[in-house]
Design a protein around this ligand. Sequence first.
Ligand code: NCD
Length: 298
Amino acid sequence: MPRHILSVDQFDRRFLDDLFADAASLSPRTRYDRLKGRILTNLFYEASSRTSGSFHAAMTRMGGTVIPVQNVQYSSVAKGEDLQDTIRTFGTYSDVIVLRHPEVGAAAAAAEVSEVPVINAGDGIGEHPTQALLDLFTIRRELGRIDNLTITLVGDLKHGRTVHSLVSLLQTHGTNIAFRFVAPDSLRIPYEHRVLPLDYLETDDLDEVISESDVVYMTRAQKERFERDYDHSYGITAGHMARAKPTMVLMHPLPRNGEIPKELDRDPRAAYFRQMENGLRIRMALLSHVLGWRGGFW
Ligand code: NCD
């Protein structure tokens, strides 16, 4: 049975501890030969820089190679080929498929027919499990723990799949986590992601919760998923930073659309570029795992 990565629900604590230990031991600038001779297909039906780029770099750093299919309009998808036939095709040519697709459940549908591991790199507004792994890894590295924390998520909590995956992962693996959901009324987090019992508060005003937050996780408005125009002006300012804890960690999955002004990049609490590098480490370790590299814990 291939080791698909489809949802954060599949991760247990042991897996996370082992993955994080391996990721921490890897250097993103070193060339390893763990995955020598193995091939990854990067199959992206939606725009991407960090996820596709870091999977490509991770596979290459581990000694493998990549078939990049980032412009599906130039593949047989443009001739009307369906997802499952495309998956069978690239499963024949490669050992693992990283898939981003606009429909919820696309990665699961791909896994049904795939003989090689499928990694969900984002399925519409559904999930983005590898982003949640790197987000949790970042919180643990920055703060040294994933318990007794107030986590504030800001922005488009309705469509943001990174938010949906991170909230689930933290609910399962964090202890004593309080959530603060900050969103305009039209972009509130869907009910199924606020599973009770949960210490949470919803507001549209970051001022209300900034000073108690250990993590502030900003997101952009997912405009490509809007059926209609929403009012989506929100952001964090130098004024908010002045009222935040000195140990607060400011995160963003990126890309940003002005929610974090560039003047904040120099603040040591701005962790989004470190978060991005952590993504490379996590994906190096994760590819080793799904491809059954035998030198590790798996
Ligand atoms: C996110 C995504 O694609 O969901 N990007 C990413 O993978 N880092 C967030 C976003 O696009 O806003």
